[in-house]
Design a protein around this ligand. Structure first.
Ligand code: FE2
Length: 183
């Protein structure tokens, strides 16, 4: 279940209705999609690091979700992001995405293991951070100012869904990040 923090406020907001109301102001959709619990999927999710064949198997195990999203929302492709402590790209990815940016395309993620933090600029220019965990599905519309970072666990597995390739290069807005009580 996702949780939310406002900039400058250490209080953790866990009430789903409050979180949904904050996100609705941006058109961000957050849903809970239970992660499959078959033996193969559980074993793959338990491993911090997966090779290409294991990633392909995990995606196959999650394709029930993909098929429904294809029908309902028209997504055409999906891939898997697997990050873990010691991943060689952690610093590069953090530099790239822990800055306020937008995309020309929507950003759609289904978290299946670990945790990640999405940040958003609200209509009143205040900022919030949303911690997403396994079972959280998030849809960030195009042109919404946001950022992404890992938390202290530095571990996440997330499926990315695309309706088209290439539209989600980060476009930096150069707006400064506000101060958060980082977990
Ligand atoms: Fe992004």
């Amino acid at each position: 279940m996702a949780t939310l923090r406002r900039a400058g406020d250490p209080a953790l907001v866990s009430d789903p209705a409050t979180i949904a109301e904050v996100l609705a102001g941006l058109g961000v959709i957050l849903e809970t999609l239970p992660v499959p619990t078959d033996g193969q999927t559980l074993a793959l999710l338990a491993a911090p690091e997966l090779d290409d064949a294991e990633q392909a198997r995990l995606l196959e195990g999650l394709d029930g979700v993909f098929q429904r999203l294809q029908t309902e929302k028209g997504y055409q492709e999906r891939d898997l992001v697997v990050l873990y402590p010691g991943h060689p790209q952690l610093e590069t990815l953090n530099t790239r995405f822990h800055r306020i940016h937008t995309h020309d395309d929507e950003e759609v993620r289904y978290i299946v293991d670990g945790e990640g933090v999405f940040g958003f600029v609200l209509p009143d220019d205040s900022q919030v951070e949303l911690t997403v965990v396994a079972g959280d599905y998030i849809h960030v519309p195009s042109h919404v100012e946001h950022w992404f970072r890992l938390n202290q666990r530095q571990r996440i597995k997330a499926v990315r869904y695309f309706s088209a390739r290439g539209g989600w290069t980060p476009l930096y807005t150069d707006r400064p990040l506000q101060e958060f009580a980082h977990p």
